[in-house]
Design a protein around this ligand. Sequence first.
Ligand SMILES: Cc1cc2nc3c(=O)[nH]c(=O)nc-3n(C[C@H](O)[C@H](O)[C@H](O)COP(=O)(O)O)c2cc1C
Length: 145
Amino acid sequence: MKKMMIVYWSGTGNTKLMAEAIGEGAAPVWPGEIQIASVDQVSATDVLAADALALGCPAMGDEVLEESEMEPFIELLDGKKAAAAQVALFGSYDWGDGQWMRDWVERMTAMGFPVLGEGLAVHNAPVDQDLEKCRELGKKLASLQ
Ligand SMILES: Cc1cc2nc3c(=O)[nH]c(=O)nc-3n(C[C@H](O)[C@H](O)[C@H](O)COP(=O)(O)O)c2cc1C
């Protein structure tokens, strides 16, 4: 059975809400299992083997990924190849201008991961319009495979 993984780190729940909405959008289209999980609950091996993949992390530190769990996890993926045709990146931010997401997209692309679009960055807690964008992203990711 095909497996989609939507893996996130979220301190105050905003990026988690995005992950859940991506899963909602993917569900009617995706012909298999969808696992939505916090990054501490998954292995790099499973993530690399997923048929569809979305990774989420808010802007933390000074426009960087969360440093205790998500950053080491992304480092584990470096030099490896994902089975997924495309990887969606998403996350929430507050006072910045989305630099962390531009940097993350550039970094994953340089690592050889086929990133879907520009990444989905949402300001603080996702409102209805943002959740709709998340659902659309999930639908797109599911239909690309
Ligand atoms: C320690 C810390 C560092 C942060 N650094 C940034 C930053 O560099 N740029 C930014 O736009 N927002 C920054 N934020 C704001 C978070 O990205 C924002 O609150 C986001 O909605 C949190 O998502 P979450 O609910 O998924 O944890 C920071 C928040 C914290 C707690």
